[in-house]
Design a protein around this ligand. Structure first.
Ligand code: COA
Length: 258
């Protein structure tokens, strides 16, 4: 997969997607948004890929936000379109991606960068990471799901404070808030992401996809997540993975999911 602003590598069923505009601290312009969608679309179709790790190139940033230079002269209509297209193509797409997506936050995750990390299924961070939603300091609000996903992850009061102050929190605070699950050194960040991906790979991908959907349905208005769980739980009993998983347990062997 060749992209202008992304690097994608696939090894041992794990894809690493790197946002690659280090000179602009990996800021998300429209081209990069389109490329992230294309890359994930290809990873969805690629049967070899079971887990995706999302990270940033360079030593300073995961993603320092939407590209401010690109949207600085946008009209109201263009602003709405930017948020709507971005949410559809990338942020909602990744949040609902049926394969697990881990964000490895390796530096600044600001604005659209934090929103990108929050659209992943869970996050880990290096100890130099700084996370925040600085949009109100620019006279806008978060437009890629930040006003919705940050309160879900850290609670309303903390989210309100982060959005209103436009400040940054460090990796340890992000861990205390539940925004990232683990903090490690810069060098250990990708190995930790790969280790977690490796643990996921031991399990049934079919069951994991169903679980992602059931968890997400809890946050969708008008959708009964409990019903999704009941249906998906029942459907699992008709899968080869269920037969393999239970047979492996009962025969004291390691499951070998197809
Ligand atoms: N959009 C466009 N360009 C960006 C960017 C963004 N969100 N974030 C950083 N850049 C560019 C800078 O303009 C600079 O480009 P230049 O070298 O051509 O001038 C380059 O990336 C390096 O950034 P710089 O500001 O020099 O690095 P720094 O270490 O001094 O500061 C930050 C790092 C992250 C604190 C600072 O870049 C920043 O505040 N970025 C914007 C964050 C933001 O508001 N994001 C939300 C957008 S909605």
């Amino acid at each position: 997969m060749d992209f202008e602003n992304l690097l994608v590598e696939i090894n041992d069923n794990i894809a690493i997607v790197r946002i690659n505009r280090p000179k602009k601290l990996n800021a998300l312009n429209r081209e990069t948004i389109g490329e992230i969608h294309s890359a994930f679309d290809a990873l969805l179709k690629n049967q070899d890929v079971k887990v995706v790790i999302l990270t940033g190139s360079g030593e300073k940033a995961f993603v320092a936000g939407a590209d401010i230079a690109e949207f600085s002269d946008y009209s109201v209509e263009e602003g709405k379109d930017l948020a709507a297209k971005g949410q559809e193509l990338v942020f909602d797409y990744i949040a609902n991606f049926p394969k697990p997506v881990i964000a490895a936050v390796n530096g600044f995750a600001l604005g659209g960068g934090l929103e990108l990390a929050m659209s992943a299924h869970f996050r880990i961070a290096s100890d130099n990471a700084k996370l925040g939603l600085p949009e109100t300091s620019l006279g806008v609000i978060p437009g890629y799901g930040g006003t919705q996903r940050l309160p879900e992850l850290v609670g309303k009061g903390r989210a309100m404070e982060m959005i209103m102050t436009a400040g940054m929190i460090d990796a340890e605070t992000a861990k205390n808030y539940g925004l990232v699950n683990h903090v490690t050194s810069v060098e250990e960040l990708l190995p930790l992401a790969e280790k977690l991906a490796g643990k996921i790979l031991n399990n049934s991908m079919q069951a994991i996809s169903s679980a992602i959907k059931a968890v997400n349905d809890n946050y969708k208005i008008g959708v009964d997540g409990y019903q999704t769980e009941i249906d998906s739980f029942g459907n699992a009993f008709g899968t080869e993975d269920f037969k393999e998983g239970t047979d492996a347990f009962l025969n004291k062997r390691k499951a070998n999911f197809k």
